[in-house]
Structures are given as structure tokens and as C-alpha cells.
Design a protein around this ligand. Structure first.
Ligand SMILES: C[S@@+](CC[C@H](N)C(=O)[O-])C[C@H]1O[C@@H](n2cnc3c(N)ncnc32)[C@H](O)[C@@H]1O
Length: 398
């Protein structure tokens, strides 16, 4: 089935919506497998990631669903075209061939970003200008406008050129998905919300196990654990760029939010603990948890990580200990990794997952990790150190 939506805001222009769309979800390096797992749990079957982009067929409704539900992804893109682009003329023609008048309001403020790899066309600012010009020319011709006022909502068009082939996307997300909206003040060296979620999804945590972050800072890991434990969607309290798309029906966002609400499991009992030596950080973490609607699921404490102990079995620590120049000097930071190693040794069958830039982490911790993987925290290369408890399988199958 195909249908046509005549949009009021585009001055009578028609957006032609086919039953299926091509979407692409971007994820940070090292996080692609986590996002693929999320997509599978959301019903998308097997997907493949190519250089941080996971592309697949979906329904129009999924633009809203994915933006609301995905925890570890960066952005959701609507794929508009794919064509060979060995010259600027071919690139211009390919961008011009997209029916932009179906997607954009006359007043849209279009910005263009892109990447090129292994291709003849690689001058990004020239490519941006060419794409912007092609979009403007098409809009003017199809809408019979002398000029584009650009007074409306911002829209981001994105190109990716790989081996002389260009793909054109519309960014449906806008501000990256890591911005959930609950973190309104900045702590010392906070970790991005979607990286925190990815770390938890990479760990063997699920709601029936105790969770702890003894270096909680502004609370991100504990808050993301609480959202996950109670199946609370991360995108319920923010806006997305697709809300400004004249062709995109509002009801898709309302039904994604209804679906998210229906999936919530607030009745679950989860034991989530967050502590920091800095009382100000703990207050900030509490504030953020309140804003995220999960304060009541987390126990907060101002405490030295050295004091952390638990009678509980089979818990999970997921943490981001201080490292280097930003929070502490390197020597002290390394001592704290040793402290964490000592704390971990006394816990009964817990797992521990820590992200660190310290290449000597395992030595300082006092034990070789069962597994390590490369992750990026604020563009800086880190390693994720994984220490598994003896119980292997998660009850929810992850
Ligand atoms: C890298 S930051 C954690 C950032 C946190 N993941 C976030 O998203 O905001 C490290 C935290 O460790 C805390 N810290 C430093 N020494 C500590 C200690 N001995 N015990 C507990 N926390 C400590 C710092 O106050 C800082 O908030």
C-alpha cells in the first residue's frame, strides 16, 4: 500500500510515502554490535554494520520508534538516494534528483554534513556547498520560489561517499541520541549517556542482579541501568528533528510513546547503587535521576570507593573510574584502580566492567580481564575491561 500525504505546512506539496523506507542507524566505533542487538530485540532481524552505519528496511513508523527506543545508537537516518559520484557534476545531479520538495518545508533551514572515504571527491566543504546548492535549486524549481527564506526549522542533510558512491540521508534525530534530556548540569568527566547504556548492554547485567557504580559522578551509569532495569525508553522526554518534518505524521510519535509506556516494567525490584567520594557529584547524580524519573530506584551514597562492599551475590559493577589529567593525577588514579581491584576480590561472584584509558589497568587492578574491547569516550580511545562472574547466561537471553 502506498499513500500520499498532503502537507499543510509545505504549501500544498505532497510527500509520497512508500510502505517501506530505508533507515540507517549510526553507532560509535565498538558499539555497533550492541546497537545490532538492540535492533534485533526490536524485531529487525539480522542487520550488518558498515563503518558505524547499520542500514536496513523498515516501516515509516520505525523512525519514531527507533529514536524513542534505541539506547546505544547515535542517530537514525532516513536514506534518500544512492548513486555513483565520481565528479562534482554527478554529485550535484544525484542530490538534485532527490524529491526534496516532498521532504522539506519551504522555510526549512538546511545544513549539510558529510564524509568521504576512498573516493575521487573528498573536499568536504566543497561537497557541502554543492549539495546545499542542489537542494536549494531543486526546491526553488519545484516550488516556484525566487529564494528560500530559511526561517523555519533546522534540517540536516547528510552525505556519505565511499568508493565513489554517494548516499544521501536526512537526519531524523537532530541532537544526538545520547542527549536524553535528564542531564542538565555537567559533572567532572561525564560519560555520554549512550556509551553508558552500551557498557551496561555489553555487561552481563539484568534487573534481577544488584548493580553498583562506586565512581558515579553525575550518575549516568546508574541512571541508564535503572532505565534498562525497568524497560523505560530513553527517548521519552526529548524532541527529535523528525517532529519538524512536514511529511511525517505526528501520530507515529504518539504511538511509539504509547508502545514505550506499555512496555515499562516499573513494578520490578531492582537494586541499584551509586556512590562518589564527592558529595556535590552525588547531589548532581540524584538530581539527574529525579529528572529521568528513576530516583526512587537508585540508592545514593557519598562514599570512598574503598569502602564499597556488599553481602549480595552475583552483582554487577559497571564503572568509569577517574583517569589522568581531567579528574585526578595519573598516579592517584592508578591507585584507585588498585582499590577497585581489592574491593572486587571481596565480592561474592560479582562481575565488573570498567572503561579506562590507562593501558596499565589490568596490572593496577591486580587481575587480567576475561575480555577487553576498544571503546571511545569523548573521542579518546579507551579499553573496556570485562571481568565475568561464574554465572554466564543472562535470564533475558542477552
Ligand atoms: C570519570 S568520573 C565518573 C563520571 C561518571 N561516569 C559520569 O557520567 O558523570 C570519576 C568520578 O570518581 C570520583 N572519585 C574520585 N575518587 C574517588 C574515590 N576514592 N571514591 C569514590 N569516587 C571517587 C570523582 O569524584 C568523579 O566523580
Amino acid at each position: 500500500m502506498c499513500y500520499i500525504i498532503v502537507s499543510e505546512t509545505t504549501g500544498g506539496g505532497a510527500a509520497f510515502m512508500e510502505e517501506k523506507v530505508k533507515l540507517a542507524v549510526s553507532a560509535a566505533s565498538g558499539v555497533e554490535s550492541v546497537v545490532k542487538g538492540e535492533l534485533k530485540r526490536l524485531g529487525f532481524g539480522e542487520t550488518a554494520a558498515v563503518r558505524g552505519l547499520i542500514a536496513f528496511d523498515a516501516a515509516w513508523e520505525d523512525i519514531a520508534r527507533l529514536n524513542v527506543f534505541l539506547r546505544a545508537a547515535d542517530r537514525v537516518y532516513l536514506s534518500l538516494a544512492s548513486f555513483p559520484a565520481e565528479t562534482f557534476d554527478a554529485f550535484f545531479d544525484g542530490v538534485y534528483a532527490v524529491a526534496w520538495e516532498d521532504y522539506l518545508a519551504d522555510t526549512a533551514r538546511v545544513t549539510v554534513d558529510g564524509k568521504s572515504r576512498n573516493s575521487r571527491l573528498f573536499a568536504l566543504s566543497a561537497l557541502q556547498s554543492v549539495a546545499k546548492k542542489a537542494i536549494a535549486e531543486r526546491m526553488k524549481a519545484k516550488r516556484r520560489l525566487a529564494f528560500l527564506p530559511e526561517t523555519g526549522s533546522p534540517v540536516r542533510a547528510v552525505f556519505r561517499i565511499e568508493s565513489d558512491r554517494a548516499e544521501i540521508f536526512l537526519d531524523t534525530t537532530g541532537t544526538g541520541l545520547h542527549k536524553r534530556g535528564y542531564r542538565d548540569r555537567v559533572g567532572a568527566a561525564p560519560i555520554r549517556e549512550n556509551l553508558a547504556a552500551a557498557m551496561i548492554l555489553l555487561s552481563d547485567y539484568y534487573y534481577a542482579r544488584p548493580f553498583a557504580d562506586p565512581f558515579c559522578g553525575s550518575g549516568t551509569l546508574a541512571i541508564e541501568a535503572a532505565l534498562l532495569a525497568h524497560d523505560i525508553a530513553p527517548g521519552l522526554n526529548r524532541r527529535f528533528d523528525f517532529e519538524n518534518f512536514p511529511f511525517y505524521p505526528e501520530r507515529y510519535l504518539s504511538s511509539a510513546k504509547e508502545e514505550a509506556k506499555a512496555r515499562e516494567r516499573r513494578e520490578r525490584t531492582a537494586e541499584i547503587f551509586a556512590a562518589d567520594i564527592d558529595g556535590g557529584a552525588v547531589e548532581l547524580a540524584r538530581r539527574h535521576a529525579r529528572r529521568a524519573g528513576v530516583e526512587r530506584y537508585i540508592r545514593f551514597k557519598t562514599a570512598d570507593a574503598a569502602e564499597f562492599s556488599s553481602e549480595a551475590k552475583n552483582g554487577v559493577i559497571v564503572t568509569n573510574p577517574p583517569y589522568g589529567e581531567k579528574v585526578l593525577d595519573e598516579k592517584r588514579a592508578r591507585e584507585l584502580i588498585g582499590t577497585l581491584g581489592g574491593v572486587y576480590k571481596k565480592l561474592d561472584n560479582w562481575s565488573l566492567f570498567a572503561i579506562s584509558r590507562d593501558a596499565a589497568f589490568e596490572k593496577a587492578f591486580g587481575r587480567k580481564a576475561d575480555k577487553t574491547r576498544k571503546l571511545y569516550n569523548s573521542e579518546k580511545e579507551c579499553r573496556f575491561y570485562e571481568y565475568f562472574s561464574k554465572r554466564e547466561k543472562k535470564e533475558d537471553g542477552r
